[in-house]
Design a protein around this ligand. Sequence first.
Ligand code: ZN
Length: 184
Amino acid sequence: MPRILKPTYFGNPILRKKARRLTRKEILSDKTQELIQNMFYTLREKEYGVGIAAPQLGYPIAISAIGIKPTPTRPDREPFDGVIINPQILETFGEPHEMWEGCLSSGEGDNTLFAKVPRYKKVRLQWLDEKAQKHDEIVEGFVAHVAQHETDHLNGTLFVDKVVDTKSYMLASEYRKRIINKRS
Ligand code: ZN
């Protein structure tokens, strides 16, 4: 049975370390396969949003789980459901745009932080999947946005490091009220 993993929070040094990259053999091991299942289980059960990196669950290794589905307010969202292991952004396209984002490690529930972060709308991403298959793809839109946040996590970088508009910081409760609700 998959189990819910305990989150780590800002201040925990694991979030500031470069995560260890995995070999193909390690990826295919029972231990890693079980961790991947637990990561997805945790992401879904806790309704933790769209992505979580292994260090956010206490594992200092380069795996992030991404679960993006279309939503009632974003029906045109392109889905992405899978892990990115040893991800690398090899190329970025165009200028960065300020986009809203938050982080599960920044607090609990209504008290997590959101802010505007400059992100690229299109990037070339290389990664291995759970079968240790290599991908090298141009990803765009929301997938590109989440992939940048998750790849940063595996390099010990947090979104707060990249915020330029520091006055944009708000708690999740305010973000929902002021930004999300205005969109719908
Ligand atoms: Zn995060």
